[in-house]
Design a protein around this ligand. Structure first.
Ligand SMILES: Nc1nc2c(ncn2[C@@H]2O[C@H](COP(=O)(O)OP(=O)(O)OP(=O)(O)O)[C@@H](O)[C@H]2O)c(=O)[nH]1
Ligand SMILES: [Mg+2]
Length: 482
């Protein structure tokens, strides 16, 4: 590996081209960019990471797969390879298994994620700038950038907002939410239990465990039966290796404003476990995997939320906003100055599974996402971070066609629904560009199943057909690949 500290002054003096020695050090030593792939459960994180890797590995053979990625389009991409598994601290992301599953005789999507995994992709390229190229020639090696990505269950993201809340505050906010709408039905047993167990009753492990079990059953139902997203804590839905750790045995309780939790009370026991959970699980998750990211893609399955109805849609919006509070955007703000580590300076919001709608509807998906959460507020708070909104499909699983409906020729998508259905046409109606008005929710305007993945080549040669994956990568990484 070349000694950048030695080269930089010489090159700078000789040419006067260099803006900063740090850029050259990056090119010579190989920079690492931590990319946060953020998204609620089933939003498409694992499929996105798998397709991104496969297309980057394939790019040396088939540069046409990534026409909107500058480094590929300009012919400067030399190749990409996976970092050795031992380079990471976590178990390796199952790229190979995922590709094999998708390339099998009966193609299948990757499994839902149940724990943390990481991977690094080393991209080798010829620098675009004259000093960068000169440095590459002197050192005899191309520039490299390693993109590091961590994959995790989407449910865990909702834990991040807990860092800013005490047990009493969280309990009050949660129970307020659970007493309304669908949650009140799904959580009837748990709410009845809470009504019978005051925070100041004598602590009991048995009562705490009972509350916890009822609460978990409620969260599972809210997610799986009602399509809700704002569900905390995340490990209750997806415990990973923690499984039955006793400090997980807590649940929200009714705690009136201003009430003190007495020693040896049920409330005090729950609060202690909640704090342990925050310290042992959430803080570690945040510090180890989010603090160091400088680029972020936020994946949102906007269509699924629309399909699930008004409450699920509103709930997803709340969940997204809660999560976004947990990240540090731009260089402004007291918090950004106090906390160590880089801030996130580029964020892309992406509506996923854009192949579920015909081409002419895809801009609508992105617009709907733009109008869905309080992104403009984030933008205003952070002048130095760059934001964009787009729609993507990591793996195109449908084809476009048209169909006559009521004497009109309308665009439809054709695909094979997961679960053995026959190939069929699906008319998705018009995707609204704003969250529907309250009275518009009654008409079901969309009809999209999950589709089977297409046949792909497991060898990283041809790549995977996608929509806007290259554009997303250019926005997120383009400046680091120059
Ligand atoms: N048609 C289509 N379906 C997709 C695409 N990406 C994801 N899906 C579907 O969405 C499902 C969920 O995708 P994942 O990538 O596993 O979601 P995730 O965010 O990793 O979910 P968790 O691991 O549960 O947090 C997949 O099993 C597919 O059915 C896409 O680009 N096109
Ligand atoms: Mg996953």
């Amino acid at each position: 590996m070349s000694d950048a500290a030695w080269y930089a002054p010489i090159v700078a003096k000789a040419s006067g081209w260099l803006s900063t020695a740090a850029d050259v050090a990056d090119l010579a030593q190989g920079a690492t960019v931590n990319l946060a792939v953020t998204g609620l459960s089933r939003s498409g994180k694992t499929v996105f990471i798998t397709s991104l890797i496969h297309n980057l590995l394939s790019a040396a053979h088939n540069q046409n797969r990534l026409p909107l990625l500058g480094v590929a389009n300009s012919g400067r991409l030399i190749g990409a390879r996976l970092e050795e598994a031992r380079a990471g601290r976590l178990p390796r992301f199952r790229y190979e298994d995922n590709i094999e599953a998708m390339a099998a005789g009966a193609p299948a999507w990757p499994q839902g994620t149940d724990d943390l995994r990481e991977i690094g992709i080393e991209v080798r390229f010829m620098p675009a700038s004259t000093p960068g190229r000169l440095l590459s020639e002197i050192s005899g090696s191309p520039a490299t950038v390693t993109i590091r990505i961590v994959d995790y269950p989407g449910e865990w993201l909702l834990d991040l907002p807990l860092l800013g809340q005490s047990f009493a505050t969280w309990s009050r906010a949660s129970l307020r939410l659970y007493r309304r709408g669908t949650r009140a039905q799904a959580g009837a047993d748990f709410l009845a239990f809470v009504a019978q167990h005051r925070h100041d009753e004598i602590m009991s492990d048995e009562t705490a465990k009972q509350a916890h079990d009822l609460y978990c059953a409620f969260l599972l139902q809210a997610r799986d039966k009602h399509g809700l997203s704002h569900l905390q804590p995340g490990r209750f839905l997806c415990p990973g290796h923690l499984a039955d750790a006793p400090f997980l045995w807590f649940a929200p309780l009714d705690i009136p404003d201003g009430a003190q939790l007495a020693p040896n009370s049920l409330g005090a026991l729950m609060a202690e476990r909640y704090e342990t959970y925050k310290r042992v699980v959430v803080e570690r998750f945040y510090n180890d995997h989010f603090r160091w990211f400088s680029r972020q893609i936020v994946l949102v399955d906007v269509l699924r939320a629309l399909l699930a109805g008004r409450e699920a849609f509103e709930d997803q919006r709340l969940a997204l906003e809660a999560i976004l509070q947990s990240f540090r955007y731009g260089s402004g703000g007291l918090l950004a100055k106090l906390l160590r580590g880089p801030h996130i300076d580029r964020v892309l919001f992406a509506a996923t599974k854009a192949d579920h709608v015909p081409d002419i509807q895809r801009d609508h998906l992105a617009e709907l996402l733009r109008n869905m959460a309080a992104f403009p507020a984030i933008e205003a708070r952070s002048s130095s971070a760059q934001f964009d909104v787009t729609s993507i499909a990591s793996v195109i699983s449908t084809a476009e066609d048209t169909q006559d409906i009521d004497g009109q020729r309308v665009p439809v998508v054709v695909g094979r629904p997961v679960g053995g259905g026959k190939q069929a046409k699906f008319f998705v109606g018009t995707v609204p560009i704003r969250p529907p008005r309250p009275d518009a929710w009654n008409s079901s305007f969309l009809n999209v199943p999950l589709f089977e993945p297409p046949v792909i080549d497991p060898a990283p040669v041809d790549g995977i057909a996608h929509i806007n994956l290259d554009q997303a990568l250019e926005f997120l990484m383009g400046d680091r690949l120059r």
